[in-house]
Structures are given as structure tokens and as C-alpha cells.
Design a protein around this ligand. Sequence first.
Ligand code: FES
Length: 106
Amino acid sequence: MSWQRAAAASDLEPDQPLSVQVGDELVALVRTDGEVFAIRDECSHQRVMLSHGVVEDCTLECFAHGSRFDLRTGEALDLPATQPVPVYPVSIEGDDVLVDLDHPIH
Ligand code: FES
């Protein structure tokens, strides 16, 4: 595992995605349902930023065409997106949000 600090946990508002650069990757951090999730901040349909989307029921909805992605698995739940988006393990240590880009969950 190679954990990298992505943000301060105290900066994450519930259901408000936060886009952060972690290494070479842009990641959307989402606090919802009492957990924090990390998903690549790029829709698999047309490469827009998922962090501009809406959080609901542990999904993140792309603002462009409405595909929802499961924050636990990255699975695309609606068309037009058909491909998943990588999601990453998250660890909270004190006020640090750590993500492991080397070991995507799916
Ligand atoms: S760009 Fe995200 S659904 Fe089309």
C-alpha cells in the first residue's frame, strides 16, 4: 500500500465533492453516509469532472448527461456511461484523508 495525503478531513462537507490532485491523478473525495470515498474525477463517458455532480444514495451523478456512479465500486449505473470509474481505498488518520492510488478497489 502506498498511502498519500489527499486533503484534510475537516475540509470535506457532507455530499459536497472535493476535487484534489493526488500525484498524477485528479480525485473526487466525497463524504456521505458517514464514510469518505475517493473516485477518479473524470467521467468515463466524456471526460468531464465528476466532482461537479450531485451526491445521492452513495452515488455520484455526472452533471453532463446524468450517469450515476456507485461510490463504493465505481460502477456506472445509468447510460450513457457504460464503463466504471476507478475508486480507491481511503483511510482517515487524525484529520488527514489518505488514498491509495496503487490499489484501486475495482
Ligand atoms: S460526460 Fe458524464 S455522462 Fe456524459
